[in-house]
Ligand binder design. Structure first.
Ligand SMILES: C[S@@+](CC[C@H](N)C(=O)[O-])C[C@H]1O[C@@H](n2cnc3c(N)ncnc32)[C@H](O)[C@@H]1O
Length: 240
C-alpha cells in the first residue's frame, strides 16, 4: 500500500515537472514569436538564421538597450545575425558603430558580403581575432587575439559589450567566454552595459557569478527573453 502511494506521488511529481518544462518551452517560444513581430521593421531581407544565432527575444533586448540608453559604440564578441540586425538599426537611427570580434575567417567573409550587399558596411568594423592562449582564460581555454582590435580600439569609448562568442557549447569550453570583461574592461566607457548570451547553460551561469563578484555588477537575467543577462555600470533605463 505504502509502495503504491509512494509510486503515485513520484509519478505525480514527475508529471508536474514535465508540465513545468512544457510550459517553460511554450513561454520561450511565445516570447520569440512576439519578438519576430517586433523585429519586422528591421527584417528587410532573408538572413541565414541557425541555432548559433541569438534567439529573436534576446536580440530585441539588445536592440532595446541600444535605442533606449543610446548605446553608440558597441563591441560584439561573436558575429552573425546579431551583427546584421544591429547594423540595420544603426543605419535606421543614423548614428552609432558596431565593432565585431570574430575568430572564423570564413564567417567574416560571409558577414562582410552580407553587410556590403545590404549597404550596411559603413556601420560595422569586422575585426579578425583568431583564438589563442590567453592568461585570463579559465580551464586552459583560448580566447580572441586582440592584436587587430588594439590597433582600432584605443580609447575607453565602448558603451555596450555583447558577449556571444567564442563558441562555448561543449564541456571543455563551457567557461570560454569569461575573459571578455577582464580583457576588454580598458576599452569600456565609465557608463557601459554588458550582455551575456546563453545563460541557461552552466558555464555562462558561472561566468555571471564571477563577473558580478569581480566587477561589482548586478545582472538582470532573462530566461524567457532569449537566455540573456544584462548589467549596466551606471544604471540607465531598465527595460523589463
Ligand atoms: C554563438 S555564435 C555567435 C552568434 C551571433 N552573435 C548571432 O547572433 O548570430 C558564435 C560563433 O559561431 C560562429 N557562427 C555563428 N553563426 C554561424 C553560422 N550560421 N554558421 C557557422 N558559424 C556560425 C561564429 O564564428 C561565431 O563567432
Amino acid at each position: 500500500m505504502l509502495n503504491a502511494l509512494e509510486s503515485n506521488f513520484s509519478n505525480a511529481s514527475s508529471n508536474t515537472s514535465d508540465m513545468r518544462a512544457q510550459l517553460d518551452s511554450i513561454n520561450r517560444s511565445s516570447h520569440d514569436a512576439v519578438a519576430i513581430q517586433v523585429l519586422a521593421p528591421l527584417s528587410t531581407s532573408y538572413l541565414p538564421w541557425s541555432t548559433s544565432a541569438l534567439r529573436p527575444s534576446g536580440l530585441v533586448k539588445i536592440l532595446n538597450e541600444i535605442v533606449i540608453n543610446r548605446r553608440d559604440n558597441i563591441l560584439e564578441c561573436g558575429g552573425g545575425i546579431s551583427t546584421l540586425y544591429i547594423a540595420r538599426l544603426l543605419k535606421q537611427q543614423g548614428h552609432g558603430h558596431l565593432y565585431t570580434l570574430e575568430d572564423n575567417l570564413g564567417w567574416i567573409e560571409v558577414l562582410q558580403n552580407l553587410l556590403k550587399d545590404q549597404g550596411l558596411d559603413d556601420y560595422v568594423t569586422l575585426i579578425p581575432a583568431p583564438l589563442v592562449p590567453c592568461h585570463l582564460a579559465l580551464d586552459g581555454n583560448h580566447w580572441y587575439d586582440l592584436t587587430a582590435a588594439n590597433a582600432i580600439l584605443k580609447e575607453p569609448t565602448i558603451d555596450f559589450l555583447i558577449v556571444d562568442g567564442p563558441p562555448a557549447y561543449d564541456e571543455k569550453r563551457r567557461r570560454s567566454r569569461y575573459p571578455a570583461l577582464p580583457a576588454l574592461k580598458s576599452v569600456l566607457a565609465s557608463d557601459f552595459a554588458i550582455v551575456l548570451d546563453d545563460i541557461n547553460r552552466s558555464g555562462e551561469a558561472e561566468i555571471i557569478q564571477k563577473w558580478s563578484a569581480e566587477f561589482g555588477l548586478e545582472f538582470e537575467q532573462y530566461f524567457y527573453d532569449g537566455d540573456v543577462a544584462i548589467a549596466r555600470s551606471q544604471g540607465g533605463y531598465h527595460v523589463g
